[in-house]
Design a protein around this ligand. Structure first.
Ligand SMILES: Nc1ncnc2c1ncn2[C@@H]1O[C@H](COP(=O)(O)OP(=O)(O)O)[C@@H](O)[C@H]1O
Ligand SMILES: O=P(O)(O)OC[C@H]1O[C@](O)(COP(=O)(O)O)[C@@H](O)[C@@H]1O
Ligand SMILES: [Mg+2]
Length: 547
């Protein structure tokens, strides 16, 4: 491959991205931002906003907002910035203030306090020399100007959805970040998830209150599913005079945050809405990984080790471990790859079958004959299509609309036992371990703790700089601000045609469960294109769209 010389056709971009918290817009930037809410309502609200009084506008839920158009900025050589909204998009002439960080003694050693206004992060970093520059996200970090004075800020934090290691660390670091970096003193914890805005108590959060919480699992604020009434939530934000909302939660929560942002904007409120993505399943797209995932994979090792010890201690021992992962088998895949003791990993993305050549039972028999014991890891959402054939009432949902899954671990244990006992095939000794909630309820490990800190600080810097309607996230190792629509439009999934899944298959030696018929028709397909430009692990299958 040729090296790119200075005379190559790829050259440095000749445009600048408009960053409202750092400068005025450059003349040659094409900004395709369409504000769907009427400009008249925006401008009518701006005068009262700049005098720092929040407008009590219409609260009828029948007037709930329509979603804004994405804010896209294009540049040379196919450069695209998927930008995040800013308060000035709908409240012009907001006053700005110097960032108090520059007077912070801890930061005096830093050469460059602020993120360069042009800094953006590419979504895809493996490119050919002729590739377009592609999609970018705004780099997270402190800005020169902020849109809130320290004593003006009244922030709140809420945690929603299932538990995940690191929730308390994120809460702690938002509180400490706001207080230590920006001198903010008024921070409310909303208890019990979204419905806590209108149905539960709040607690006042200070660095002292949160000092030790990162050492505990769970969330000190409590959490819930369901109960997202956008109007009531925004009423509560307005009534309490809250102007920064930090929302920690998974895919469902980020959808909720997105509609809260739209309603806040429709009412013309100077309220920054920031999301921090939480999911132990790692099912949020675009970002490198979600916080708590690393901890979950590490903790899963203990269960897999136990299953291995149990299995190898008896004749024809089978250790079966169920791990979380409703629609995405990342925990199971990484825990398997890390362990090396696992003989078979079953995930939702890779359908399998039990009977016949190439099926699971045939493999189990072979493995037990070869080795005398084996370990199986199964993700909770694996084999759903098989389960639904043998179980009725698979349509139950939780309060948030997520499918309630039957226990696949129990089901498959029974099927394996039945198989080996039929016609006295082989006497086996199966031990089923379900560590799912134990893995979810622990505090985050060291690496997740650092990650949580950076996510929390990114969110704080973004809100202080006036950005809103964004989720923070690590993209190719850099912290970024990502528009809500990008993290809610699809789910992150294991791509079983990627090399990672092949690595797993070669480490476990399990069959791919592709039936011979399918193999033949696959072989006849033309060579697939390089994955260079489509390497996202995201799917948008209609059957995985739950709401
Ligand atoms: N499409 C949606 N619109 C608005 N709120 C939603 C949506 N989906 C989920 N929520 C709310 O987000 C919260 C958490 O959602 P849930 O799916 O339980 O967990 P997670 O955020 O971890 O995926 C719940 O309070 C739920 O009501
Ligand atoms: O029993 P609960 O709390 O409803 O949680 C079960 C679900 O929570 C998860 O751990 C995470 O899901 P969310 O990210 O949607 O909260 C899933 O893997 C699991 O199916
Ligand atoms: Mg979810």
């Amino acid at each position: 491959m040729e090296t790119i010389s200075s005379s190559s056709s790829i050259s440095a971009p000749k445009f600048r991205c408009f960053d409202p918290s750092n400068s005025t817009p450059p003349p040659n930037t094409r900004n395709h931002f369409f504000n769907s809410s009427s400009s008249s309502s925006s401008s009518s609200s701006s005068s009262s906003i700049s005098s720092n009084s929040q407008i009590k506008s219409s609260r009828s839920s029948s007037e709930l907002p329509t979603m804004s158009q994405p804010k896209i900025v294009t540049g040379e050589f196919g450069y695209v910035l998927e930008d995040v909204p800013h308060l000035t998009d709908y409240i012009p002439d907001l006053p700005t203030y110097p960032n108090p960080l520059q007077d912070n003694p801890a930061y005096s050693v830093v050469k460059q306090y602020f993120v360069d206004m042009d800094d953006t992060v590419p979504q895809k970093i493996v490119v050919h020399k002729t590739s377009p520059r592609g999609i970018h996200f705004r780099r997270a970090g402190p800005r020169q100007k902020v849109y809130f004075e320290s004593d003006e800020v009244h922030a709140c934090i809420v945690t929603c959805g299932g538990l995940c290691p690191g929730l308390n660390t994120v809460i702690r670091e938002i509180v400490c970040g706001l207080n230590y970096m920006y001198g903010v003193n008024r921070i409310l914890g909303i208890e019990g998830g979204y419905k806590g805005f209108y149905a539960r108590n709040t607690i006042s959060l200070t660095p002292k209150v949160v000092n030790d919480i990162h050492k505990r699992g769970g969330t000190i604020l409590g959490t819930s599913r369901g109960g997202h009434d956008t109007s009531k939530i925004v009423d509560s934000i307005q009534d309490r005079g809250i102007n920064q909302v930090y929302i920690i939660g998974g895919d469902g929560t980020q959808k909720g945050a997105s509609v809260i942002y739209e309603e806040v904007k429709r009412r013309g409120l100077k309220v920054a809405v920031a999301g921090i993505p939480k999911t132990i399943d790692n099912d949020i797209p675009v970002i490198d990984r979600s916080f708590g995932f690393d901890t979950a994979v590490e903790e899963a090792q203990r269960a897999i080790n136990a299953a291995h010890v149990e299995a190898e201690s008896v004749e024809n021992g089978i250790g079966l471990v169920k791990l979380m992962g409703r629609y995405s088998g990342f925990i199971a895949m990484y825990a398997t790859l890390a362990s090396r003791d696992v003989d078979c990993c079953l995930i939702p993305e890779s359908p399998f079958y039990l009977e016949g050549p190439g099926g699971l039972f045939e493999y189990l028999e072979k493995r037990l004959k070869e080795n005398g014991h084996m370990v199986i890891v199964i993700a909770e959402g694996a084999g759903l299509e098989l389960l639904s054939q043998s179980m009725r009432n698979m349509d139950q949902k939780d309060a948030s609309g997520n499918k309630l899954l039957p226990d696949v671990g129990l089901w498959i244990s029974q099927r394996i036992k039945d198989h080996f006992s039929s016609r006295n095939k082989m006497s086996i000794n199966l031990k089923y371990i379900d560590p799912t909630y134990m893995i979810r309820a622990i505090p985050s490990n060291a690496s997740d703790n650092v990650y949580c800190t950076l996510l929390a600080q990114s969110a704080v810097h973004g809100a202080m700089a006036g950005y809103t309607g964004f989720t923070v996230g690590l993209v190719n190792g850099r912290h970024t601000y990502i528009p809500f629509n990008r993290v809610t439009e699809r789910q992150n999934k294991v791509v079983i045609t990627d090399r990672m899944w092949a690595r797993l298959l070669s480490s476990t030696t399990q069959p791919s469960f592709v039936r011979p018929k399918e193999l033949i028709s696959k072989k006849q397909e033309p060579e697939p294109p390089t994955q260079l430009l489509d390497g996202e692990n995201s799917h948008n299958d209609s059957d995985t769209q739950k709401k």
